[in-house]
Design a protein around this ligand. Structure first.
Ligand code: RA9
Ligand code: ZN
Length: 258
């Protein structure tokens, strides 16, 4: 892919492109023809309880919807995973314009945005903070967003965004089932990677859905009305909050489909 040096020096990412000694950094380009079909990959099972939804907050990187992860009420299991993983939060990455915005690319193509549903291995680790430090600690489902029809489920989120426009603002948000944001097509790619924002730890089993969801222009524009900055600071629009592509190094991307 043609790297845009500008990205590498983007104010948000002045940290080194890859952490020193990093061998499994994210995001990456998924070259469809280089991915390897693995017939032993199971279907991913998703079981979320909408009453575990707690609040939406702007953390200065993105807006996150956080869940009560004190029990196994919202979990995923199967796919490439040996254990079940608990849903902790989901958030998005997006661009200033529709030509880019996703973190992962497919055959060097950017989508205008990407959803990340973050889960942790509560079978093997006592807390999220511990799981973040372990190679099999986290599982993140990535879903691409493409420009198209209005997405009804996303609209409830979009309607709440004005209330979290500034960094470190939070509002209560309940009774939301994020499985409405995940395509019904079961096909996915999976690879061993990392968090794409600090602490960039190499603890993520990535599960990237092949099919995107459709959202309309107004919904993408609503993301772009958020701010990186706190109330009272000089406003900086929250856009282009995606990390540059990282080297694949010695990794194989597996597909659940032929
Ligand atoms: N002691 C610690 N508390 N919390 C952390 S990390 C918090 C967190 O959820 N970070 C996070 C960063 C990036 C991603 S992403 N973009 O999905 O790779 C997901 C999650 S370390
Ligand atoms: Zn993310």
């Amino acid at each position: 892919c043609s790297y845009r040096l500008r990205d590498a020096l983007h104010p948000l990412w002045q940290s080194p492109l890859a952490i020193p000694g990093g061998t499994r950094q994210s995001p990456i380009n998924i070259q469809w023809r280089d991915s390897v079909y693995d017939p032993f990959l199971k279907p991913l099972k998703i079981a979320y309880d909408p009453t575990t939804c707690l609040h939406i907050w702007n953390n200065g990187y993105s807006f996150l919807v956080e869940f009560d992860d004190s029990t196994d009420r919202s979990i995923i299991v199967g796919g490439p995973l040996k254990n079940q993983y608990r849903l902790k939060q989901f958030h998005f990455h997006w661009g200033a314009i529709n030509d880019w915005g996703s973190e992962h690319t497919v055959d060097c193509k950017f989508y205008p945005a990407e959803l990340h549903l973050v889960h942790w291995n509560a079978v093997e680790y006592p807390s999220f903070e511990e799981a973040v430090m372990e190679g099999n600690g986290l599982a993140v489902i990535g879903v691409f967003l493409k420009l198209g029809a209005r997405h009804k489920g996303l609209q409830t989120l979009v309607d709440a965004l004005p209330a979290v426009r500034h960094k470190d603002t939070v509002i209560e948000f309940d009774d939301f089932d994020p499985s409405c944001l995940i395509p019904s097509c079961p096909d996915y790619w999976t690879y061993a990677g990392s968090l794409t924002t600090p602490p960039l730890t190499e603890s993520v089993t990535w599960i990237i859905k092949k099919k995107p969801i459709e959202v309309d222009e107004d919904q993408l524009e609503a993301f772009r009305t958020l701010l990186f900055t706190s109330d009272g600071e000089e406003e900086r629009r929250m856009v282009d909050n995606f990390r540059p592509l990282q080297p694949l190094m010695n990794r194989t991307v597996r597909s659940s489909f032929r």
